[in-house]
Write a protein that binds this ligand. Structure first.
Ligand SMILES: [Zn+2]
Ligand SMILES: [Zn+2]
Ligand SMILES: [Zn+2]
Length: 1013
């Protein structure tokens, strides 16, 4: 029987050894140590599982000697007298199965609500959730963001705050309407607006349900029962309320301005809805013949052979041309080509001549632009003139230095148009077809019309150069088609009225931006942004609740109207605007304050969806009891400087005079292992669902913590494998510690700090250091450093050093001996604290291990779980500076001894380090230091004998000369005596006890103690 057990045992050891050697690649010493810890635990576990060991124990106590039936000899098994680790905490994490069970329990018992109650009365910490868009499954970037928020919130709670979490969803807007349109097909044109809005609402609801499930699966806890939705009736009412605040303050203006326009989606687009991609456009040079007499500028500038030359990549904007802009400081030249003269900026002549294919040319005269202002050219094909204007945005980078100006089709052009009182003309309709104003081109589609216009101008002799150009051009974020700039009557929030721009800039400086460059980024955006175009010509959103006079167009600003809007929206949602007669919103006997008319109309456009989420500080933080304004933190991807951080800032400053947040934290984008953007076509997309299925959400959470999110966030199979390996090491360390405190009862077994072994006090000191570092890192949101601290502590400080040394004491000593209890005191305290410290990140594992440590069953109250504890408070320093220095030196010597042992092992002088006798030679100073620490040095070196050699008299022994420590010489020899079968130490006492001839006298004493107990 015993032989059989031993065979099983050794087979297991051997198999495990091979596997682990194959998996773990690190220093051989480290591997060995991890191995030793693991092996004993594994084997024991497997044996117990089979019930073999327990049966064996009953039959063969080491105390009662049994006869082997064949050989009739006494067999002793001292292994049964060792205190081997015992724990129900499995080595195999089995996360994919365990997590859903835990989540179900948390949900069933209302973990979030219970924690919320538990935290009542503490200082409030508000992390306000930026609402993801309710469309499609969550991707890795969204998962990263949600986990990061969960880590922040869990850590704030454990740091003593009340940190509620109300997740939200952004529900209105074009992407949803677009998809609903697709589902509707041809019906989209005839379907009543209310039915379409209903379909959009159902679509959003569907995805919210899916995403909610996906977010919960990540272990993110929050008020999932009552999230905020921008399409909730109360929220829609709040949007209208906030809009009306702007309207009443005079900040809302209606004006014809060029805005980004998508002809495919037939709507205006916000800055944030436009993305730049490469695009090929025509590149043409066009003549504008001079009609004014310019001889006052230069005597040669007379005659009808003179033309200005403009360059453009958008021929379709030429019908709207109103002016040619020159730079006031540039020198221009009249260039003679054949029988005509062309005006071009002097510096651009050579390039333009080359591109137009004119090899023969000469400069007739040069002159400055100043005197040219207010003269006229003739439009090449429209029946009107084009004004010469001056503008300092004209550059010499491209073109001719004479800039085609169409105020209805560009921002700079528009501003110039306002300055020179030009017509803000935009002869293009919603679908991108020319209107009557485009003359002969009426009904033609842009930009397809480009080729027709170019052909006509070539035939008429006005087009003097034509090519194609590849350049970065704005595209619609939704349909990916090139957009145009088009002037239409739109609703705007003015950046100038009520000093919105200046106040916003001032507030930016009061907010804490992490990382710091976020401040410059948003500052520059606010500083340069045009007025905020609020209107969208779509159906799925909150209407612009403006009532105006049907006769004179005056906007009606009436408190009673706002009150009725608020009432009806709260009851019925924003649908009320479309379902009720206008009269339901108007007070009786309302008359226009300007013309006295009693006929009114209402706006049908909806609000930019960024306004919806932008006002969440009012609709959520102000409205919900458990939150407050301003929020402590907004935490989103760095693209939100132009998105949500931006719109939230403007809506809050515009109505409350202050920013909605005290701090803003941003993270980068998730990219692949090479730093490339993830895309379906490249095939490098990592989906969170796949990671969870393969590794579990816990590994995803650990990956989130491991990444320095200030940069781009990398992910790949390789990276996830590394994270998973780190997890395994952390888990095994926890498991080993758990296994060794299974018989420890803190109330009766704790040893006071003052009576602890020196080494235990050192370990406590390392734990104290870990505690301080990790809590500080949580405070600074530097989670990647927590990941590194935790790995180092588990892998190096604990497994490879402390626990390895402790093994002898834990296994060999009598169970209730003080030295063993001392080690357990430390393990227990460190484990308790470490589980708390890691629980915001590794919530599943911390909870599982905590239940094992405190012998909790799934039926026990959730309140006893790790989530209700606080971070361990900092304690008095366990060791003073002198002791710390002393330990540093000891560990340095130990690492030299380890090197010498490695060499001896390679040379087959010894096997296990316990078989070694180590001889130490050193200079006087080092030797006198070591003399005081001799026993400790022997213990931490895990050798059987440690002997000082005077005057370096090593005799024949082969020596190892330290390169790190001057004068340190080490020799390794087999220790004297035989190997003790129980503790593996070599001792001369082995063989001296007739009752136990194969063990050392220390072990005999321990056995006597156990028997006596
Ligand atoms: Zn589009
Ligand atoms: Zn009126
Ligand atoms: Zn022994």
């Amino acid at each position: 029987m015993i032989v059989e057990i031993k065979r099983i045992f050794h087979n297991l050891l051997f198999k495990k050894l091979l596997i682990i050697l194959a998996i773990i690649r690190c220093s051989p010493v480290c591997v060995k140590m991890v191995l030793q810890l693991e092996l004993v635990v594994v084997s024991l576990n497997v044996l117990s599982k089979k019930g073999v060991l327990s049966r064996y124990r009953q039959e063969h106590s080491w105390i009662t000697k049994k006869r082997d039936s064949d050989k009739e000899e006494i067999v002793m098994d001292y292994r049964a007298s060792l205190n081997l680790p015992q724990t129900s905490f499995k080595m195999k994490a089995n996360l994919t199965q365990k997590e859903p069970v835990m989540l179900k329990q948390w949900e069933k018992e209302g973990l979030y609500q219970k924690i919320k109650d538990h935290c009542q009365g503490r200082p409030l910490f508000v992390l306000h959730d930026g609402p993801p868009y309710a469309n499609g499954n969550i991707h890795l970037g969204t998962a990263f963001n949600k986990i990061l928020k969960d880590i922040v919130l869990r850590s704030r709670r454990m740091a003593g705050f009340n940190a509620p979490y109300i997740p939200g969803w952004d529900c209105h807007g074009l992407p949803i309407e677009h998809n609903v349109d697709k589902e509707l097909g041809d019906k989209k044109k005839t379907i009543p607006v209310l039915s379409k809005r209903k379909a959009c609402r159902r679509y959003a609801e569907k995805w919210i349900k899916i995403q909610k499930k996906e977010f919960k699966r990540l272990g993110v806890i929050g008020d999932w029962e009552q999230p905020y939705l921008t399409m909730n009736h109360d929220y829609e009412a709040a949007i209208a309320r906030e809009f009306n605040r702007f309207l009443f303050s005079g900040s809302v203006i209606r004006s014809k301005k060029p805005v980004y326009w998508c002809s495919t989606c037939t709507t205006a687009l916000a800055e944030a809805e436009v993305e730049y991609h490469d695009h090929t456009s025509p590149s043409i040079y066009v003549k504008f013949p001079v009609v004014s007499d310019l001889s006052a500028v230069h005597p040669k500038l007379t005659g009808d052979d003179l033309s200005f030359v403009i360059w453009t990549t958008t021929p379709w904007t030429l019908p709207a041309n109103q002016a040619i802009a020159l730079h006031p400081d540039f020198v221009y030249a009249a260039v003679r080509v054949g029988d005509e003269r062309l005006v071009i900026a002097a510096e651009r002549v050579e390039k333009v001549m080359q591109e137009c294919g004119f090899s023969e040319y000469e400069i007739d005269c040069t002159f400055s632009a100043g005197g040219l202002e207010h003269n006229y050219c003739k439009h090449p094909f429209m029946d009107r003139q084009s004004l010469i204007v001056l503008a300092d945005y004209v550059t010499l980078d491209a073109g001719t230095g004479c800039v085609h100006t169409a105020p209805g089709h560009g921002t700079d052009d528009y501003l110039t148009g306002v300055r020179y009182q030009l017509d803000i003309m935009s002869p293009v309709d919603d679908e991108g077809y020319y209107t009557k104003e485009a003359g002969v081109y009426e009904g033609e589609q842009i930009p397809q019309v480009n080729s027709t216009i170019n052909a006509d101008m070539t035939a008429a002799g006005f087009l003097i150069g034509e090519d194609r150009i590849n350049h970065s051009y704005p595209h619609c974020w939704r349909c990916k088609k090139p957009v145009i700039y088009r002037a239409t009557p739109q609703w705007f929030i003015s950046m100038q009225e009520n000093d919105l721009r200046r106040k916003s800039l001032e507030n930016i400086e009061r907010v804490t931006w992490t990382p710091g460059w976020g401040m410059q980024r948003i500052y520059a955006m606010i500083e340069n942004r045009p007025d905020w175009c609020l209107s969208r010509q779509r159906s799925w959103g909150v209407p612009i609740t403006v009532v105006s006079c049907k006769d004179c167009g005056e906007i009606v600003r009436d408190k009673e109207i706002s009150r009725r809007i608020d009432d009806l929206f709260r009851k019925e949602g924003a649908d009320a605007w479309f379902s009720h007669d206008l009269e339901d919103f108007l007070p009786d006997e309302l008359a226009c304050s300007s013309c006295g008319s009693t006929r009114f109309s209402r706006e049908n456009d909806i609000l930019d969806v960024w306004f919806d989420s932008g006002v969440s500080h009012a609709a959520v933080c102000e409205a919900r009891d458990e939150l407050d304004v301003p929020a402590d933190l907004y935490l989103e991807g760095s693209d939100q400087h132009r998105g949500w951080f931006h719109s939230a800032l403007l809506t809050s400053v515009g109505t409350r005079g202050r920013a909605p947040y005290k701090g803003v934290l941003t993270h980068g984008y998730v990219v692949d292992g090479q730093g490339k953007k993830m895309s379906k076509s490249v095939g490098n997309v990592v989906a969170p669902q796949e990671v969870i299925e393969k590794y579990g959400a816990e590994i995803l959470r650990l990956w989130v913590a491991s990444e320095d999110y200030r940069d781009d966030i990398k992910v790949s199979d390789e990276i996830l494998k590394q994270v998973s390996d780190s997890y395994r090491k952390i888990r095994n360390t926890i498991r080993y510690m758990l296994g060794n405190v299974s018989d420890f009862h803190p109330e009766t077994d704790t040893v006071p700090v003052s009576e602890l072994h020196e080494l235990d006090r050192w370990a406590l000191s390392r734990y104290e250091e870990l505690k301080r570092k990790i809590t500080a890192a949580y405070d600074a949101y530097e989670f990647h450093s927590i990941y590194h601290h935790l790995n180092y502590f588990c892998g190096t400080t604990m497994s490879a050093f402390y626990l390895d040394i402790l093994k002898d004491r834990l296994y060999v000593s009598a169970p209730d001996s003080k030295e063993r209890r001392a080690a357990q005191t430390v393990l227990y305290q460190v484990l308790d604290g470490m589980l708390k410290l890691m629980s915001p990140i590794l919530c599943f594992t911390a909870s599982e291990a905590w239940d094992a440590l405190y012998r909790r069953s799934p039926q026990d109250d959730l309140e006893g779980s790790v989530f209700f504890s606080d971070f361990p408070a900092p304690d008095q320093q366990v060791l003073d500076d002198k002791a710390e220095q002393c330990w540093k030196r000891l560990i340095a010597v130990r690492s030299e001894i380890t090197k010498a042992l490695e060499i001896a092992r390679a040379e087959k002088i010894i096997g296990h380090s316990l078989e070694a006798k180590v001889l130490i030679g050193a200079d006087e100073e080092l030797l006198s230091f070591l003399t005081g620490q001799w026993q400790i040095l022997k213990d931490i070196s895990i050798v059987s004998e440690l002997i000082a050699v005077a005057d370096n008299t090593f005799g024949d022994a082969k020596t190892y000369q330290s390169e790190e420590m001057d004068g340190l010489v080490i020799a390794v020899q087999p220790a004297s005596g035989e190997k003790c079968e129980r503790c593996w130490t070599r001792a001369v006492s082995v063989g001296t006890n007739s009752q136990h001839p194969t063990i050392c006298d220390r072990c005999s004493t321990v056995l006597a103690e156990i028997e006596a107990a």
